[in-house]
Write a protein that binds this ligand. Structure first.
Ligand code: SF4
Length: 83
């Protein structure tokens, strides 16, 4: 029973998803500099786009992605699946 509970907790933390509010993003690219694996410019919109999720195994990228979200001057980014 205890082993099953550990598996469920592990699966919940498998990936971190980030959302962007395109009505708020101004496209100045601070997020690209911090975590270019996750944030890239959108050619169509002139704003940022999210290109991938981050695995819980990617500790450095998780840290940089959280920093990018916290450092967005416009508050356009949020982590969608973490409390
Ligand atoms: S730092 Fe924020 S406002 Fe600037 S491009 Fe990234 S998401 Fe958009």
């Amino acid at each position: 029973m205890g082993r099953g509970l550990k598996v469920i907790v592990g699966l919940r933390g498998l990936t971190m998803k980030v959302e962007i509010d395109l009505d708020v993003c101004v496209g100045h690219g601070k997020c690209y500099l911090v975590a270019p694996e996750v944030f890239q410019p959108s050619d169509d919109l002139g704003r940022a786009k999210i290109v991938r999720e981050v695995s819980s195994a990617e500790a450095d990228l998780l840290r940089r992605t959280r920093n990018a979200v916290a450092g967005c001057p416009e508050g356009a980014l949020r982590i969608a699946n973490e409390d």
